[in-house]
Design a protein around this ligand. Structure first.
Ligand code: PLP
Length: 381
């Protein structure tokens, strides 16, 4: 299958619009120039709308994890405690980072199950400088209650760090209203830019609690904020300049669509995938409750009985449609379809049609076209 015909429906990196790809082929500029500073400031201003924040944002070169690393390493010293809430792979990453810099106090829930706020509060009552969570747990397709954890963080005077990497720009994410002190996203998700940039917003409250000397050198938020506040805006080290061109173009595309309209479209698209799954008798993986809901950027589904990962994803790949499998303990048990950024209705319908084709080949399809029809009903509504 020609790479140009391949449809990437994974939860990041996601499809990038041609006009964003073209923006990257501009001649190089100095990262210490006024031209670069103007691009940085323009991006930061637009990103604040995605983040729903008045806080400063910094744009770092590196994938989303550099933002997680910077957040924890700028706040947590070796004797500081950080409560890390986990119900999937990326929550566990916060525990690993927390252990690297200080003392992680993990509050673990089974992968794909909702948080129990009482357990989180009990951990915070023991005293912690920070609490970190993942808003949209990509590994299990579940959106966690950031607003409620934010209230607990504030009550117990902890810096609230939220990984919004597969969330910001796709899901609703209200940095300021939810008391998020440090919010993080990555360029290759809902922003629909190639991988390689992390965006981090920092509240004045978080800044007051920064360590005198961050544990990280490259990922030092204090240094990134200092450079971003220069005129023209800068980065402490040489950034991935072409990705800034791409980011600026992608943010203008989002602004033309409207940030709220983008989020509403993304929500509708995920709903269409869920409805298709239902029509095809495929069970959604995560468990939800009144505070935790199915992700609007990635839909995680159980592998249908009797179908292997190789047959399902391998069969779809032969038709040029790439979807994700389960990670670690969920390998072979689930598959995931990412729908964010500039994903179109046509992309979703082709994906569902291809899924139906593969299920039919495996003798697991009862009504051909039911999935496509269910998805189309939502998309056209
Ligand atoms: N957190 C979440 C929720 C993610 O989905 C990902 C990537 O999939 C990461 C963290 C890690 O981001 P990156 O691979 O960009 O470092």
């Amino acid at each position: 299958m020609d790479i140009e015909d391949t449809l990437l429906m994974i939860p990041g990196p996601v499809k990038v619009a041609p006009r964003v790809l073209r923006a990257m082929s501009r001649p190089m500029i100095s990262h210490r120039s006024g031209e670069f500073g103007a691009i940085y400031s323009d991006c930061a201003g637009l990103l604040k709308q995605f983040f729903e924040t008045k806080n400063d944002v910094v744009i770092m070169t590196g994938s989303g994890t550099v933002g997680m690393d910077a957040a924890v390493g700028s706040v947590i010293g070796k004797d500081d405690k950080i409560v890390t809430i986990t119900n999937g792979k990326f929550g566990e990453r916060f525990t690993e980072i927390g252990e690297r810099y200080g003392k992680a106090v993990p509050v673990n829930f089974e992968w794909g199950t909702p948080f129990d706020l009482e357990k989180i509060e009990a951990a915070l009552e023991q005293g912690a400088k920070a609490v970190a969570m993942v808003h949209n747990e990509t590994s299990v397709g579940l959106t966690n209650p950031a607003k409620e954890v934010g209230k607990l963080a504030r009550k117990h005077d902890a810096v609230f760090i939220v990984d919004g990497i597969s969330s910001i720009g796709g899901n609703e994410f209200q940095t300021d209203d939810w008391n998020v002190d440090i919010a993080i996203t990555g360029s290759q998700k809902a922003l629909a830019v190639p991988p390689g940039l992390a965006v981090v917003s920092v509240s004045p409250r978080a800044e007051e609690r920064f360590l005198a000397k961050s544990a990280g050198y490259y990922a030092d938020l204090k240094a990134h904020l200092k450079s971003a506040r220069k005129s023209p805006a800068q980065t402490p080290f040489t950034p991935a300049v072409p990705l800034f061109f791409a980011l600026q173009e992608a943010l203008h595309m989002a602004s033309e669509e409207g940030f709220a309209a983008r989020r509403a479209r993304t929500a509708k698209q995920a709903e269409s995938v869920r409805m298709a799954a239902k029509a095809l008798g495929i069970e959604l993986f995560p468990k939800v409750d009144e505070l935790s809901h199915y992700s609007n950027t990635v839909t995680a589904m159980k592998m249908p009985e009797g179908v292997t990962d190789d047959k399902l994803r391998g069969g779809m790949k032969k038709q040029g449609v790439i979807v994700s499998g389960g990670q670690e303990k969920l390998k072979g048990k689930i598959f995931r379809i990412g729908t964010m950024g500039v994903c179109s209705s046509g992309d979703i319908l082709r994906t569902i049609q291809t899924l139906e084709l593969v299920l039919a080949k495996e003798g697991r399809l009862s009504a051909r076209g039911a999935g496509v029809e269910a998805a189309d009903k939502v998309l056209g509504a």
